[in-house]
Write a protein of this length. Structure first.
Length: 497
């Protein structure tokens, strides 16, 4: 595929193998016009983030040296128009970068030393509606603040092509509104991965759809909801065509059997009918299957719990980068759910981590209570463990059948169960984290933004499981539609203290 006047990026017959002879993508060809806003659709593990990595040359085509991989996973060509620059805002800040100061983090991404780097940092942060001391360590910021830092670290490079991987994760409503406004006004090319349908529909003018079953990439024009309707209509059309061909093929087979039993020249007629039936079956199209959804599940609770499970008498609230202690009165018993609210940066994640580790001043968890902790950055998972070993480590019932059955319910089957956690997509890591909670059977459930990275099809199933959870639960989520599906008995708003 050659560049036309308005093309900034093209894939020419690109095949990607995450393992040898295990294609994630086959013969993908598409182009992106300069100034367009493109969404990448596809279920967890389909290869959405892989496309961004290929654009950023994290993977090299066959025949080129690749230091990070024992074999070259790409065949075909990934072309960025000469002279155009590319920058990406990843889903999460890498573990090694979390220890850097704001200044060092931005200098690393800016790529060169400059006398006015402080001014450039402030301008990039202002673009995402955020301010921060330049000497503060990156990991000390909340998840929502880190999401803004990730975006700002891409903007400081002033790229021609901006790649955004789940940019709304951890953002509160104000943060999402500001990002939406920025993208609507941004006059350069953007490619975005997100599970937030309303956010995507606000600016999208084209979609790349990754079919996890056929390994193909399909390109559509139009906004997000238009494309969803087109895909649904195409599936219906393909199903109708296949139903008609299947019916006609079956009729031919029945007629062929009838003629064959009569013998003589009719056997030749029967043979021709069977051939016609086979041709009809061959003409049946490979219908795009809808993304699979995780099975309904429940999180069993710890046995023998009585009385108060958890209480809070005071919390640390962060405003203007300063922490102050505020008094409150919260007590949770069995089958009670607490919603923790407040804007990005006020201290929700810090409080949850302190509660889960038993280091929070002013709070008490009853001794002997098993705590199930879902962290938004998945740092409770050992990325070097296989999925199976990670599940085995927390399982109360350690039978092979129970572990594999639980994993399968979260779409973790076959070779994935023996893959390292670190090799999974962020969405798959989230499903592993939920599978661990099921096997752990906690008495107190602490959940920090549990919808981040998760395919939207799974979210109602997860909400139902949390709504029915009979232990004590503390939840943080900036997704109102998700929270509305879960029973909430008490709310603690840190901003009102």
């Amino acid at each position: 595929m050659s560049y036309d006047q308005g093309t900034i990026l093209s894939f020419d017959n690109v095949t990607f193998e995450y393992k040898e002879n295990k294609p994630l993508m086959k013969d993908a060809s598409f182009s992106v016009k300069n100034g367009s806003k493109i969404t990448i659709m596809g279920q967890n593990g389909a290869g959405k983030s892989t496309i961004l990595k290929m654009i950023m040359e994290a993977y090299k085509p066959h025949g080129q040296k690749n230091e990070k991989h024992t074999f070259s996973p790409i065949a075909g060509k990934v072309n960025v128009f000469p002279g155009y620059t590319v920058a990406t805002a990843h889903q999460v800040i890498s573990h090694e970068d979390r220890e850097l100061t704001i200044k060092d983090y931005f200098m690393k991404h800016y790529g060169e030393h400059t006398y006015d780097i402080g001014k450039r940092i402030d301008e990039a942060l202002a673009a995402v509606n955020f301010t921060a001391p330049h000497d503060r360590i990156v990991k000390s910021f909340s998840g929502g603040q880190q999401a803004r830092i990730l975006l700002a670290s891409a903007l400081i490079q002033d790229p021609d092509l901006l790649l955004l991987d789940e940019p709304t994760n951890n953002l509160d409503a104000d943060g999402i509104a500001h990002l939406t406004g920025f993208l609507l006004c941004h006059d350069k090319t953007c490619i975005v991965i997100s599970h937030d349908a309303d956010f995507l529909n606000s600016f999208t003018d084209g979609v790349l759809y990754l079919d996890v079953h056929t390994r193909k990439v399909e390109q559509y024009e139009g906004n997000y909801y238009d494309v969803q309707e087109k895909i649904a209509a195409q599936i219906e059309k393909e199903n109708m065509k296949n139903a008609r061909l299947a019916k006609e093929a079956q009729q031919k087979k029945e007629q062929a059997n009838a003629f064959a039993n009569k013998g003589g020249n009719l056997r030749f007629v029967a043979k021709r009918m069977r051939e016609a039936a086979e041709e009809m079956e061959e003409n049946m199209v490979d219908v795009r299957r809808e993304d699979r959804t995780i099975r309904s599940f429940n999180i069993p609770i710890q046995e023998g719990m009585k009385g108060e499970i958890f209480n809070i008498s005071s919390v640390s609230v962060i405003k203007n980068h300063k922490a102050t202690t505020k008094k409150c009165r919260i007590s949770l018993n069995k089958n009670q759910h607490l919603l923790l609210t407040g804007p990005n940066g006020i201290g929700k994640t810090t409080l949850l981590e302190a509660l889960a580790t038993g280091k929070a001043k002013g709070s008490t968890i009853t001794p002997g209570i098993e705590v199930g902790y879902y962290r938004q950055d998945f740092s409770t998972l050992n990325f070097e463990d296989t999925v199976y070993d990670s599940l085995l480590a927390v399982a109360k019932d350690i039978t092979e059948q129970n572990i594999r059955g639980t994993a399968a319910g979260f779409l973790i089957t076959g070779e994935f169960i023996h893959s390292k956690i670190g090799s999974l997509s962020e969405g798959q890591k989230g499903l592993v984290a939920f599978a661990r909670l099921v096997l752990q059977q906690p008495g107190l459930l602490i959940l920090d933004e549990p919808t981040n990275h998760i395919n939207f099809r799974h979210i109602p199933v997860i909400a139902k499981a949390l709504d029915e959870y009979e232990g004590a639960m503390i939840l943080v989520s900036h997704v109102p539609e998700f929270v509305s599906q879960i029973r909430i008995d008490q709310t603690l708003d840190l901003a009102s203290l």
